[in-house]
Design a protein around this ligand. Structure first.
Ligand SMILES: *[C@@H]1O[C@H](CO)[C@@H](O)[C@H](O)[C@H]1NC(C)=O
Ligand SMILES: *[C@@H]1O[C@H](CO)[C@@H](O)[C@H](O)[C@H]1NC(C)=O
Ligand SMILES: *[C@@H]1O[C@H](CO)[C@@H](O)[C@H](O)[C@H]1NC(C)=O
Ligand SMILES: *[C@@H]1O[C@H](CO)[C@@H](O)[C@H](O)[C@H]1NC(C)=O
Length: 371
């Protein structure tokens, strides 16, 4: 740990040089997007310990590392959630629910996310329409002190299912007493603009209706989307204005100039800059975020760049890059960027898993939750 931290501080300066040298953001621009924060600059380092530990984060709020949900559901969510400004670094995993996992499987997976990786949230992906399924998500999340970014998914061809799926989710959130204590935000669609399954105007209406519907239980609403999804559809600013937080897809493997995971920073910065410039200072998450370990025989993993390399080493290198940039990401407007790893296992989305289909880790994975 100590030697790792020794390594991180010089890299932080390297990141400034890399970014300022690129065409994506000049140095004065970059400083604008970093909130003033003393810890941006290295503190005095003792030769013995090599590096100061970051100040501990509060652990008396949900779902802080170290916090355990009480046995009784509190009367109100006042003071329940951790401050978004303390939620940066690694937050947890994307997890696909299209398989309608059993409660026992959800318990096992959520417990592992929490205990093995210090996850604070799970970001749901896909959809399970079994009646009451979200009650099982709530039980497993509550029992493992894991917050949830829920998802109302339209599908790939149209958004006709958004309304009935939202209604089903809302009914559970309003009837299950633990629902508002584990569900931090509801994502209205995942790449609905990129997939062109709904207009920005109609999506804005859906977001505003959902916000109104969930306001009595204090649950926020967002859209899970690529920067490019917003950029390519006229009128998307209304969506960005309506959402409570920015749940950004960060998939630099698909950038036109992609090469390796380790060299992905300029592409990450470019999309992050778009959200900083157009996101009104809202909290930013990288929620569908990763780099594939293979593109062989996988229909939906086709890079645009001939030099983009999919490999286990590059998947690992991309997460290491984000881990090394923890101090930078922590200081981005909105309380710092918190990131999810997409996705928990190759069984859910081939090539992107942290685990293989046989349940082994592809590489050591222990990203920082504080810096
Ligand atoms: C640097 O960025 C700032 C802020 O966007 C801009 O005003 C300025 O013109 C840029 N300078 C150069 C040299 O690109
Ligand atoms: C909560 O999860 C633990 C494993 O983390 C499991 O042993 C226990 O049975 C679960 N409790 C309930 C009420 O499901
Ligand atoms: C929210 O939506 C649910 C499900 O459609 C509905 O039962 C409920 O009446 C709505 N609540 C509000 C406050 O709009
Ligand atoms: C909900 O979003 C607002 C911004 O619209 C933010 O200020 C607030 O902290 C969020 N609430 C929770 C519980 O995350």
């Amino acid at each position: 740990m100590v030697s790792l931290l020794c390594f991180h501080i010089p890299l932080f300066f390297l990141s400034f040089r890399l970014v300022s040298a690129s065409h994506l953001a000049n140095q004065s621009h970059l400083y604008d997007l970093v909130q003033p924060h003393a810890e941006v600059f290295p503190r005095k380092i003792s030769r013995r310990s090599c590096s100061p530990s970051p100040p501990p984060l509060p652990s008396n709020c949900f779902p802080a590392v170290g916090f355990s949900t009480p046995s009784d559901v509190p009367a109100s969510t006042d003071g329940w959630w951790c401050d978004p400004a303390d939620e940066f670094g690694f937050l947890g995993f994307s997890y696909e629910i299209t398989y309608c996992q059993s409660l026992a499987q959800l318990q096992t997976d959520f417990a592992n996310m929490r205990k093995t990786f210090n996850s604070r949230y799970v970001r749901l992906y896909g959809a399970c329409d079994n009646e009451g399924f979200y009650n099982d998500i709530i039980t497993a999340a509550w029992n493992n002190s894991l917050g949830v970014h829920a998802l109302v998914w339209c599908g790939f061809s149209n958004c006709n299912l958004m309304q009935p799926r939202f209604n089903a989710l809302s009914s559970i959130l309003h009837s299950n007493p633990m629902g508002p204590f584990v569900t931090r935000v509801v994502q209205m669609g995942t790449e609905p603009l990129f997939d062109d399954v709904i207009t920005p105007q109609a999506l804005t209406t859906q977001v505003n209706n959902a916000k109104q519907n969930l306001s009595d239980i204090g649950i926020n609403v967002t859209v899970s989307e690529l920067a490019y999804g917003y950029q390519e559809r006229a009128g998307s600013q209304a969506v960005l204005n309506a959402i409570d937080s920015i749940n950004a897809h960060m998939l630099p493997f698909f950038a036109g100039d992609a090469t390796t995971g380790q060299n992905a920073w300029p592409d990450v910065m470019s999309d992050l800059q778009y959200f900083i410039d157009n996101g009104g200072g809202k909290k930013i998450y990288f929620d569908e975020n990763g780099w594939p370990s293979t593109d062989q025989g996988i229909a939906n993993i086709k890079p645009q760049s001939p030099t983009a390399v999919a490999s286990v080493g590059n998947e690992q290198a991309y997460y290491r890059l984000l881990d090394q940039r923890c101090e930078f990401l922590k200081n981005v407007v909105g309380g710092g960027v918190g990131w999810f790893a997409h996705i928990y296992t190759d069984s859910q989305e081939p090539g992107y898993g942290i685990y293989t289909t046989s349940g082994t880790l592809k590489f050591p994975f222990a990203p920082r939750t504080n810096c």
